[in-house]
Design a protein around this ligand. Structure first.
Ligand SMILES: [Zn+2]
Length: 45
């Protein structure tokens, strides 16, 4: 199953949750990226 990660709130969103509208059901952001096992995050050293 393809899961997306919200760019704004970083929650994982399944396709079922989005339906046909590509946007975050939590915060309404339209900026999502496809998350694999781990979302790409940058941690400060
Ligand atoms: Zn969100």
């Amino acid at each position: 199953m393809v899961k997306y990660v919200c760019f704004m709130c970083e929650k994982r969103i399944s396709e079922e949750m989005m339906g046909k509208r590509v946007r975050c059901p939590y915060c309404g952001s339209k900026i999502l990226f496809k998350g694999r096992s781990k979302p790409t995050t940058v941690k400060a050293v």
